[in-house]
Design a protein. Structure first.
Length: 324
């Protein structure tokens, strides 16, 4: 007997095969189909849950490579930050010190980057922390580099001004060393030969023959010319800028005029004996911010170290009297 379902017929006392319609057969197969479909879905879900698809594998490899590159980039950024810190240190402690400028405050260099939503577009990704951290470092370095570039612009201007200042500072002796007979009196308390009492001698008495050339000690402008039979006699005052002024007194002849610009080494007059003086010499003073300072501090380039040391010693130990 073939496979199938049979029904007993009592009248014919026989088994008759039950024939199903197509719809009944389809309904009978439906549970098997649904069961197989469900099982297949479960198996597929488990497969993709446990195992990555080729596309996912490729994306994961790409993400891993990107993360590695970010780490390398982050390391390079840190190295750049170290180089920048070295430049900042040199700027504050070398360049700005040389040009007598205040260092840039640390709170200015380390100021944060504005904008709370600045990195909002970088959030929500698997490697967002690494990307945002690197972006912050780069932004901070960019700002520090901008501040440093502005500082270098300022230092450049200071260097230009420094060049002018170095040319203006009274840095040479106003009388040629070969023409100098001696230093008659140094800076400090001295006995005045005519007034007959001790008083502050605010300059140097540089003795030399009458008519010896007198030179401007630095670039500047003649701001005062005086002719007198008393005191400093014939004298001139040069303003060098940057707080420096020099006075030249007891001149026999004044060659420059008030308001005239002079350069270091310009002949401005001749040694004489005018005013309150006991012999031909140049009384020479250097003032910084309207305070007299010892002129020998500016002579080191004109004389030997031994002569300079001797001048320093005599200036601080010699009492004696001045010659004006």
């Amino acid at each position: 007997m073939g496979k199938g379902k049979y029904k007993f017929d009592a009248e014919s006392l026989s088994f008759n095969k039950i024939e199903k319609s197509f719809g009944e057969k389809l309904i009978g197969l439906l549970p098997h189909f649904l069961g197989s479909l469900f099982t297949g879905v479960i198996l597929v879900f488990l497969f993709f849950w446990v195992f990555d698809s080729p596309k996912e594998l490729a994306l994961k490899r790409e993400n891993k490579q990107l993360l590695s590159q970010y780490k390398v980039l982050s390391g390079k950024v840190e190295n750049l930050d170290k180089v920048l810190k070295d430049l900042e240190y040199r700027d504050d402690n070398l360049y700005r010190t040389i040009f007598e400028a205040e260092p840039i405050p640390n709170e200015v260099r380390e100021a944060g980057i504005g904008g709370i939503d600045r990195y909002e577009d970088l959030e929500g990704f698997e490697n967002s922390d690494a990307v945002i951290n690197t972006a912050k470092k780069i932004d901070k370095i960019a700002k520090k580099m901008y501040i440093q570039s502005k500082s270098y612009d300022e230092v450049l201007e200071l260097a230009k001004n420094k060049e002018k200042m170095l040319a203006s500072i009274p840095a040479i002796m106003p009388i040629d060393i070969d023409d100098l007979t001696r230093i008659g009196s140094f800076f400090g308390m001295r006995f005045h030969p005519i007034l007959k009492y001790m008083r502050m001698h605010e300059g140097l008495d540089l003795t030399a023959p009458r008519g010896t050339n007198i030179y401007a000690a630095g670039n500047g402008v003649v701001v005062e010319v005086k002719h007198s039979i008393n005191g400093y006699g014939n004298s001139i005052l040069i303003d060098h800028g940057y707080g420096y002024k020099t006075l030249y007194a007891h001149m026999s002849k004044i060659i420059v005029k008030e308001g005239q610009k002079v350069n270091r080494g310009t002949i401005i007059g001749l040694v004489g004996n005018t005013g309150t003086s006991t012999g031909p010499h140049l009384h020479y003073e250097v003032h910084k911010n309207d305070h007299a300072i010892n002129p020998i501090n500016f002579f080191s380039n004109d004389i030997t170290p031994e002569q300079y040391e001797e001048m320093i010693y005599k200036s601080s130990h010699e009492g004696g009297q001045s010659i004006d």
